[in-house]
Design a protein around this ligand. Structure first.
Ligand SMILES: NC(=O)c1ccc[n+]([C@@H]2O[C@H](COP(=O)([O-])OP(=O)(O)OC[C@H]3O[C@@H](n4cnc5c(N)ncnc54)[C@H](OP(=O)(O)O)[C@@H]3O)[C@@H](O)[C@H]2O)c1
Length: 255
C-alpha cells in the first residue's frame, strides 16, 4: 500500500468524503518479520504508515522467513538471501491470530503459499485463513487451490488477473480476443468476468483512468465462453517468481 494512498485517504476520511467502513484495506507482513515477536511491531508500523487504527485484512506475504531484523532484503557476502530456519509459518500464523483477538484486523490470510502449506496452517488454525492471495489467470488457473479454498470458505484473491501486463500477453491471447469481439467487451473485461464467475476476487492495478473505468464495467459471460477460457487455453506460465524464493517478482510500471 503506497504512502500517497494513505495521505489521500486520510484526508478524505477527515473531510468526511469517504467513510472508513466503506473502504476495504488489506496489507501484508513482510518476510523479515516472521518471528512471532516481530509480528505486532511490524503490524503497528503498517498502521502508522497507513494512518489507520485497524485494517480489514492482514496477510502473510510469502511463506519464506528471511533473517529476522530490520533488513527487508538480507543477503550474505555472495548476494544470496539469508533465510531464517527457526521461524515456522504456523507460529507466525498464531501471532496473526492475536491481532484478530484484539480487533486490530478483521480477518487474516496467506499469500503465495502452496496447497500443502495452506492445509498445514488451516489444520492448526484457531482463526481460519479468510483469504488466499496468489497469482491466478487463465495461464495459471490454480484449480486445485481454488477447489480447496471453496470447500473451506476461503476467498481466493487472484493477483495479476490481467497477466501483469507482461509477456506472454494474456490480453492478446486469441481465445480471449475472439471472445471479447463476440460479446462486445474488451479483453480485460473478459478476463475479469471469467475471474469473478469462477468465484475468485481478481486484483488488478490499472493506472490509466480509461482502464480503471473499463475494469468496473464487466458483465456476465455466457457459459460457452467460460468453458472456452477454462478448457481451450493450454499456455501455462507463472509470471511472478515471488512464490519460488520470497524475493518480489518483477512488476512493470510505466513511467
Ligand atoms: N501477493 C503478491 O505477492 C502480489 C504480487 C504482485 C501483485 N500483487 C497484487 O496484485 C495487484 C495486481 O497486480 P498487477 O497490477 O500486476 O496486475 P494486472 O492487472 O494483471 O497488471 C497490471 C497491468 O495491466 C494493465 N491494465 C489494467 N487494466 C487494463 C485494461 N483494462 N486494459 C489493458 N490493460 C490494462 C495496467 O496498465 P495501466 O497501468 O496502464 O492501466 C498494468 O500494466 C497489485 O496491485 C498487488 O496488490 C500481489
Amino acid at each position: 500500500m503506497k504512502n500517497t494512498w494513505a495521505k489521500q485517504c486520510g484526508g478524505e476520511f477527515r473531510e468526511g468524503k469517504v467513510r472508513r467502513e466503506d473502504v476495504f484495506v488489506g496489507t501484508k507482513l513482510w518476510n523479515n518479520n516472521h518471528r512471532p515477536e516481530r509480528v505486532r511491531p511490524a503490524f503497528e508500523a503498517s498502521l502508522r504508515r497507513l494512518k489507520l487504527d485497524y485494517v480489514d485484512l492482514y496477510c502473510i506475504h510469502t511463506p519464506f522467513a528471511f533473517k529476522a531484523g530490520d533488513e527487508q532484503d538480507p543477503r550474505d557476502e555472495n548476494g544470496n538471501v539469508i533465510y531464517d530456519d527457526a521461524a515456522t509459518l504456523t507460529n507466525t500464523w498464531k501471532a496473526l491470530e492475536s491481532l484478530v483477538d484484539e480487533r486490530r484486523c478483521k480477518v487474516i490470510g496467506l499469500s503465495n503459499v502452496s496447497l500443502r502449506q495452506l492445509k498445514e496452517v488451516f489444520e492448526i488454525a484457531r482463526i481460519k485463513p479468510a483469504v488466499l492471495q496468489v497469482e491466478s489467470h487463465p495461464y495459471l488457473p490454480e484449480w486445485e487451490l481454488l477447489d480447496y479454498c471453496q470447500r473451506n470458505g476461503i476467498v481466493m484473491q487472484a493477483f495479476a488477473a490481467l497477466g501483469h501486463g507482461i509477456q506472454p500477453r494474456l490480453l492478446d491471447d486469441p481465445v480471449i480476443t475472439v471472445i471479447a469481439k463476440r460479446v462486445h467487451k474488451t479483453p480485460a473485461q473478459v478476463l475479469l468476468a471469467w475471474a469473478v464467475q469462477r468465484i475468485t476476487a481478481p486484483l488488478t492495478t490499472a493506472t490509466n483512468a480509461r482502464h480503471i473505468e473499463e475494469n468496473f464495467r464487466i458483465s456476465t459471460l455466457p457459459d460457452d465462453a467460460i468453458k472456452e477460457i477454462s478448457q481451450g487455453i493450454s499456455t501455462r506460465v507463472r509470471l511472478n517468481s515471488v512464490v519460488d524464493t520470497g524475493i518480489p517478482g518483477f512488476i512493470p510500471r510505466a513511467g
